[in-house]
Design a protein around this ligand. Structure first.
Ligand code: URA
Length: 197
């Protein structure tokens, strides 16, 4: 059964939601975070990118993907003729930085999930693109590798979902950069298909 907290979050508007996140103490990450990282972008975006969680720089600035990985993400968006505020919204599985950039624990992701669900419901994106293993596995409830999850059309909360590599990983892997580009082309096709319906 949904808790009162879940119900409140599920009915929040953008302002209320952002406010709730900014003072959230639902998991232990609140004890070590500096800033919460709510998400950024176009609230009516077709594309919703979901990463893992804030790193050091994001924790300092309160914005997702502002480090090296973020620069790569920005150039990927640019190649698609998209931008941070142009038909794109960027969020994370957890809104607070896990200490030393460890993976979020299941309980942390679970406690944070209602915020992400509300963001998805408010945006109603045409497509979700998960960045990296943690986001993919968390949203799909799967233990499979990116290599086996990518190239397929999945679904989350009634929205088509495509899996690709994390930009931080792509900074180190040229071969998988080419695969990530394939994933983004697949993603663009998926969005175009829906517009034709
Ligand atoms: N990596 C992520 O997964 N999310 C961010 O916001 C930054 C780096």
């Amino acid at each position: 059964a949904a808790s009162d907290r879940d119900t409140t979050i599920a009915h929040a508007d953008w302002e209320q939601l952002e406010q709730m996140v900014s003072v959230c103490t639902a998991c232990q990450l609140c004890q070590t975070r500096r800033k919460t990282v709510f998400g950024v972008g176009d609230k009516q975006a077709d594309w919703l990118f979901i990463g893992e969680g804030p790193g050091a720089r994001e924790d300092t600035l309160g914005e997702p993907f502002v480090g090296q990985a973020g620069k790569l993400l920005d150039s990927m968006l640019q190649a698609l003729k998209l931008g941070r505020n142009q038909n794109v919204y960027i969020a994370n599985i957890v809104k607070c930085r896990p200490p030393n950039n460890r993976n979020p624990q299941d309980i942390e992701a679970q406690q944070c999930r209602p915020y992400l669900l509300r963001q998805i419901a408010l945006i109603q994106p045409k497509l979700i693109v998960t960045l990296g293993k943690v986001a993919a596995q968390n949203l799909l409830g799967s233990g499979d590798s990116i290599a086996s999850l990518r190239g397929k059309l999945h679904e989350f909360a009634g929205i088509p979902l495509i899996v690709t590599y994390h930009p931080a990983y792509l900074l180190r892997s040229l071969t998988d950069k080419a695969k990530a580009w394939e994933d983004l082309c697949f993603a663009r096709e998926t969005i175009l298909m829906q517009q034709r319906k």
